[in-house]
Design a protein around this ligand. Structure first.
Ligand SMILES: Cc1cc2nc3c(=O)[nH]c(=O)nc-3n(C[C@H](O)[C@H](O)[C@H](O)COP(=O)(O)OP(=O)(O)OC[C@H]3O[C@@H](n4cnc5c(N)ncnc54)[C@H](O)[C@@H]3O)c2cc1C
Ligand code: FES
Ligand code: FES
Length: 1283
């Protein structure tokens, strides 16, 4: 072994040599901090979000081929990169050199909003194009499967990438938007010859260098990279406990809670581990092949079942990093491949110093039984996968929370062998994942079924045997116990049907086959190959061509997002003497701290100080500082020992809060008409309730802050990712330091997504971050801590009593709302108030009573999230309407239409409303979606398919916009004209992806009648615009735009005499002339806020300025056996007044819709019965991915309408679209109802939100759900509780 190894690799074509590399260093921090390549982003640190995607290229001196693949830099130890070429987004293109067509197209197709996910998206597509310059649509969706975006809703990203696809030319014609949001003709062509070449130096190195084991020694870890099988075995003998790291996607998780390994053995380019050998009886695959390579190899073979799982296993990056051997040996409980390999009679070829041997990949191996496992010193070289024989069938099944890039809840491999004819089971193997500590085989059940014919009796017996053998206790980790039990046998039923169908095709005489109606159980649901249209308003033909208002201008930072040049808080270079702040969080929901032992933490090198509650006085959190290296501060945080004394009662759920009367202040109430009297005259009364889970913001950029003391006069600059700089400045930093606010300046260049989560919560970092030291302090929350600490959307319980006539008219409604506020008030009461004011959604209820309470519980405090109470409140109302419709035997859409506001009316708080455009949106949505025709088609489909059902639902939207007070809506701007004629605009709004800065430049350009290129905007700062209100509530462009307009008009008025004297002059001439005449070239602009007020005593007011109207119609298909659903199509129609920028506005609507769809269907927060949040990253919490976007998504606007008080008659669109996501919820509801009706279940249907696969499956009751054992409530402590 070579003791003094040098690590050599290339980054963007430049050679990097590391002499004393620390093996613990991951590529992501190395790129960001050491090489200052900050385009590659941190989003989760666990391979789950794709923000850190880079391209790795490796040259194989034997095959002489270069392999390019995408990888997650957060899981790549740099020691594994010897000889590799790394390409980051900076190496793909930049504004300084040339931008790459991928970057150009994503930006110009409006595929970026906050831009934080964008470099990762660029790298995934760039790598795809390096391998396939004209990819198929399937390859495209596959390539994007491992990248999450929280802002765009993916459609524009897909559109951009589709421009590279071979097939897209034809499709592009069908899809062309009218008028277009982007022009393809302008795009740079893709020229593969222009790409960065693989560094010849690395090629020569690979060819020429004598191959020797490399050893890298760090403080805590030693990394050994053997290059021959012999050396690998030697290393393994020497360090039998050391893991063999291939992809590091399993071992690498030690950073987020896994085991730490002092020695790592990571083989490199060992030929024997990459073997592919086709023999007569099967295929032998090297353990070192990546799962992506296995997928490619199997394509030419008949291993359909394995291929099926390889298509959904993780994202493209992980599949390219993870190895077959690593996957098998890890034996994860939810491994997708092990159940299949186990039932497929695969064998493992092992090697040690003692020689070779073979072991079966069977139950004993999977349960790590010592006699069937690898011995210390032994390695897995390859895997034999036998071909299937005639009359042998293998199938794979899996159900996850999300279609793609989500670990299975339950998966399974099943194999049956009949032998020649006869239909008698000769061999049967069934293995499951997700239902035990590792893959579980139903061996005894299979044994008992041997010799039986493949018929219904066998099916029945098999289900009972399986349920008996694979038993799951009620408290089983992961929860969803009854769902998992149901899946065990639902999968077997699918297998039964599948085999029966094949038997029929093989021997139609002997095997009768299935009724058509039941064949629907066989098809998998899969949304792919998306297409969409956007129909928006075109500008008035008379509008001047240079006037940008109303035009689809690209996001100002669009190109910089794609090149990685857009700077976020943590992209700022490390400063001299900088400290890093890490948090120690409580492990108890409700307890007193008895003692804290800091000694171990303080003894760690680099730890400078600890801030505790004593320093903060009243703030129950504390943090640690560390010099420079964030890793050490985080390590130290884990070593703080705290003794707690638990306190009673622990209140976690809304129900518990109601029981203990634990509320923040009293009830909020709104009453209209006379509810009690109305209940006396109605035909029917219905009472119901719905529970709605919370939602995590999942902004891609976690909470970030850098506080920099200026060293003079107690001044401090705080760079922060916040929606509310004034709050950080005044309430947190100035108050903590006890200095006037004029000494503290907060700066926000841009925010990588916020959605309400960066209003109050950012303050958590500010106090401990500034209190103690005169040094710069940086704090960047890890994804897990961010999710744990910062709360999210409030879970809700809605109870309602509706009085209605048999024709569907609702005459009386009595509603109660309870939200789970968590431990502090934050904005919980405001959320309840807004929820109450918006509870009527689009309906005129002549008599109503709304009451709401914010529950105080011991959970982390919840806060604002896009929509602010309306997504919950609206869902409760729509659910009530859906139930009323069921009672009346009418379609929900009919009852919705019947109860809608019509023309001029009055809201429950007596504000006037003109509902003309609401009705218009509804009618247009009905028409564009062909609702009536499709309703008939859905019914026909449902009558022909027993195991799959479709559902169609349409919901209206009336979203009131306003913040209930005039002062809260004031805004200011500052506009300077410089002597060269260029203009600088500043305003109080924060750019968090919605494109407000782009719109502000459009405003300045129109008002000053100058091209947009002449106007610049640097960011938001308390130094230029003081006391700015929070950026939120869909109003940022509305309010700040009026202020910018005011400032520009002031300037123009001052300059008009000068301009009229020299009308042909340039801005430079006019600015100079103004200067010479001592006319100020700087102006502030101000908007005092919309007149608004609300009196809760009288229940009257004018809290909102205007209403955004809309409607959405969604169609889904569900699999009644697994609970999977597919989003087939959504049509959205919105009344947005006059759009300032239709590209940005479409983006807001689509992004909000997809976020809402996630909220109502798959995003599920999980808490332990002790109140500990389990869901702390993208591996456990699923936001929509590219595969969840409806296959068809059509967005259109009503023709422009006047909206007298707003900026150019525009409307705010940041939030309204979230609620439209519930059209998917009700479409699923519709499908479930159809399934239940067919099964004779005609009673009320209670479905809570989110409507996950678990809830869908369990609601589609059938003989399988009846068969499963049920646990007596109270007889066990469940793994998780709904809060
Ligand atoms: C974000 C993410 C998503 C995922 N999604 C899925 C999913 O949907 N479905 C699924 O099934 N899995 C999923 N996984 C798990 C993934 O499949 C495994 O982590 C991966 O296959 C492990 O392979 P590796 O090469 O990275 O293993 P490594 O981490 O390198 O090694 C894992 C273990 O295998 C041992 N080992 C490796 N090679 C050998 C060998 N040749 N001989 C002896 N021992 C060896 C090591 O000692 C170590 O203990 C996901 C993982 C991540 C990070
Ligand atoms: S940061 Fe690497 S995948 Fe999320
Ligand atoms: S643009 Fe994708 S996360 Fe913001």
């Amino acid at each position: 072994m070579d003791g003094a190894a040098e690590l050599v690799f290339c980054v963007n074509g430049r050679k990097v040599i590391e002499k004393n590399v620390d093996p613990e260093t991951m590529l992501l921090p190395y790129l960001r901090k050491k090489l200052q390549l900050t385009g590659t982003k941190y989003g989760c640190g666990g391979g789950g979000c794709g923000a850190c995607t880079v391209m790795i290229s490796r040259y194989n001196p034997i095959t002489k081929r270069i392999r390019h693949y995408p990888a997650n830099a957060c899981l790549l130890p740099i020691c594994s990169l010897h000889g590799a070429a790394v390409t980051t987004v900076e190496g793909v293109g930049s504004t300084k050199a040339r931008i790459h067509p991928v970057q150009e197209r994503i930006a110009k197709c409006h595929g970026t909003q906050c831009g934080f996910c964008t470099p990762g998206m660029v790298m995934s597509i760039y790598t795809l194009l390096r391998n396939h310059p004209e990819p198929t649509l399937d390859q495209l969706t596959d390539a994007l499967g491992g990248n999450l975006c929280r802002c765009t809703g993916y459609r524009p990203i897909i559109d951009a990438c589709k421009t590279f696809c071979k097939v897209s030319r034809h499709e592009r014609i069908i899809e062309s938007t009218s008028p277009k949001l982007f022009s393809e003709e302008e795009f740079l062509p893709l020229d593969p010859t222009q790409e960065l070449i693989f560094p010849p130096e690395l090629m020569i190195m690979a060819e020429k260098q004598p191959q020797r084991t490399r050893v890298f020694v760090g403080d805590r870890m030693t990394w050994i990279s053997p290059v021959t099988l012999k050396e690998l075995l030697e290393a393994k003998v020497k360090y039998p406990q050391a893991p063999i790291v291939m992809g590091n996607t399993s071992v690498g998780m030690w950073n987020s809670g896994g085991a730490f390994h002092p020695v790592i053995i990571s083989p490199e380019c060992i030929e024997e581990l990459s073997v592919v050998n086709h023999a007569d009886d099967g295929l032998t695959l090297g353990a070192g092949l990546s799962l992506a390579q296995v997928k490619e190899i199997l394509k030419t073979q008949t291993y359909h079942a394995l291929l099926k799982h390889l298509g959904t296993l993780a994202g493209c990056q992980i599949r390219n990093m993870a190895s077959l051997g690593g996957h098998i040996v890890s034996r994860h409980l939810d491994s997708d491949l092990n159940p299949l390999l186990a039932v497929g009679n695969c064998t493992l070829n092992l090697l040690s110093k003692e020689g070779e041997r073979q072991i079966p990949l069977n139950e004993q191996f999977l349960t790590k039984c010592p006699s069937a496992d690898l011995k210390p010193g032994e390695i897995l070289v390859s895997v034999n996968i036998p071909y299937s024989r005639k009359w042998e069938f293998v199938s794979a099944f899996r159900q996850a929370q999300r279609q793609q890039n989500a670990l299975a809840i339950v998966n399974s491999g099943m194999r049956v062998f009949f032998g020649e004819g006869g239909g008698i089971i000769r061999e049967l193997s069934i293995a499951y994942g997700g239902v035990g500590p590792t893959t579980i085989c139903a061996k005894n059940s299979c044994q008992k079924l041997i010799g039986r014919p493949w018929n219904e009796e066998m099916l029945d017996a098999a289900c009972r045997l399986i349920l008996d053998e694979v038993s799951l206790p009620g408290w089983a980790p992961g929860g969803k116990v009854e769902f998992k039990r149901t899946l065990l046998i639902s999968f077997f039923f699918k297998f039964y049907l599948k085999v029966s169908q094949i038997l029929k095709t093989m021997d139609p005489v002997r095997y009768p086959g299935l009724a058509d109606k039941y064949e629907s159980a066989l098809e998998d649901l899969h949304s792919r190959n998306h297409w969409g249209t956007s129909k928006y308003q075109d500008v008035d033909p008379k509008q001047l061509p240079q006037d940008p208002i109303g035009r689809p201008i690209m996001h100002l930072s669009g190109i910089k997002h794609t090149t990685g040049e857009a700077i976020y808080c943590d992209d700022m270079p490390v400063l001299d003497g900088e400290l890093f702040l890490a948090f120690v969080t409580s492990s108890r929901a409700h307890a007193e701290i008895v003692s804290i032992d800091l000694s171990e933490a303080l003894s760690l090198p680099g730890v400078v100080d600890i801030v505790t509650e004593e320093d903060l006085r009243g703030v129950n959190s504390f943090g640690l500082f560390d010099k420079g290296l964030s890793v050490q501060a985080k390590r130290a945080a884990k070593r703080v020992k705290i003794v707690y004394q638990d306190l009673e009662p622990v209140i976690l759920t809304i129900e518990e809060a109601i029981r203990h009367h634990s509320f923040f202040q009293g009830e909020r109430k709104l009453e209209y008409g006379n509810v009690d009297e109305a209940f006396k005259v109605v035909d029917q009364i219905l009472e119901g309730e719905i529970h709605m889970g919370g939602q995590e913001h999942f902004y891609m950029e976690t909470q970030s802050m850098l506080a920099v003391p200026k060293g003079e006069d107690q001044e401090m600059d705080v760079y922060v990712s916040s929606q509310f700089p004034k709050y950080i400045q005044v309430t947190w930093v100035a108050a903590t330091l006890k200095v006037p606010a004029n000494k503290i300046m907060c700066h926000v260049k841009r925010v990588g997504g916020a959605f309400g989560g960066k209003v109050t919560k950012t303050g958590i970092m500010a106090r401990p971050g500034v209190i103690k030291h005169g040094c710069p302090v940086r704090c960047i929350l890890e994804r897990g801590e961010d999710m744990l600490i910062t709360g999210g959307r409030h879970p809700y319980l809605g109870k309602y009593k509706a009085g209605f006539m048999n024709d569907g008219r609702i005459l009386a409604l009595d509603v109660e709302h309870y939200c789970n506020g968590g431990s502090t008030l934050d904005e919980s009461l405001f959320v309840i108030e807004i929820g109450l004011l918006k509870v009527d959604n689009a309906y005129k209820f002549p008599n109503l009573r709304f009451r709401g309470w914010a529950c105080r519980t011991n959970l982390p405090s919840n806060t604002a999230l896009r929509g602010f109470g309306f997504p919950q409140s609206g869902l409760i109302t729509e659910n009530c309407i859906t139930e009323v419709a069921a009672k009346c035997g009418l379609s929900p859409e009919k009852v919705r239409m019947m109860n809608m506001y019509k023309e001029i009316d009055q809201t429950p708080y007596k504000q006037e409303i003109d509902a003309t455009n609401l009705i218009q949106c509804w009618k247009e949505c009905m028409a564009t979606s062909s609702y009536s025709l499709r309703k008939v088609a859905v019914e026909k489909f449902n009558s022909e398919n027993y195991w799959k059902k479709k559902g169609l639902a349409m919901v209206p939207l009336k979203f009131p916009v306003g913040v209930l007070s005039t002062a809260a809506a004031q805004a200011a701007a500052l506009v300077h004209i410089y002597l060269d004629g260029s203009v600088l605009v500043t305003h109080g709004g924060i750019e968090m992806g919605q494109g407000v800065h782009t719109k502000m430049i459009q405003v300045a350009s129109r008002e000053l009648r100058m091209p947009m290129s002449n106007v610049h905007l640097r960011g938001t700062s308390t130094e230029t615009v003081p006391n700015a209100n929070v950026s939120g509530g869909s109003l940022v462009a509305d309010l700040n735009g009026l202020a910018v307009k005011d400032a520009c008009q002031t300037l123009l008025k001052r300059l008009e005499p000068i301009i009229s004297k020299n009308p042909k002059g340039t801005w430079k001439d006019w600015a100079q002339a103004a200067f010479d005449e001592s006319i100020s070239l700087s102006a502030t602009g101000y908007f005092r806020g919309y007149e608004s007020h609300m009196n809760w005593e009288t229940g009257e007011g004018h809290p909102f300025e205007y209403f955004v109207f809309g409607a959405a119609c969604s169609e889904v298909e569900i699999d009644c056996l697994t609970g999977a659903h597919k989003n087939i199509r959504t049509d959205i129609v919105m009344d947005i007044g006059h759009s300032i920028n239709p590209a940005l506005d479409v983006g807001q609507i689509e992004g909000a819709f997809i976020q809402g769809m996630g909220l109502y269907t798959i995003e599920e927060l999980k808490y332990s019965p002790q109140g500990v949040l389990y869901t702390r990253g993208p591996d456990q919490y699923k936001i929509p991915a590219v595969s969840d976007v409806p296959t068809e998504l059509h967005v259109s606007f009503l023709p422009p309408s006047q909206n007298s008080n707003t900026l150019y008659s525009s409307k705010g669109l940041g939030e309204p679209g979230v609620f439209l996501g519930c059209s998917v919820f009700f479409a699923i509801h519709d499908a479930v109802r159809a399934a239940r009706q067919e099964r004779g279940l005609l009673g009320p249907l209670k479905l809570d939100s989110p409507l996950t696969p678990e809830k869908i499956r369990m609601a589609c009751e059938d003989k399988f759900t009846k068969m499963i054992p049920r646990d007596e409530p109270g007889s066990y402590v469940p793994w998780n509780i709904p809060v």
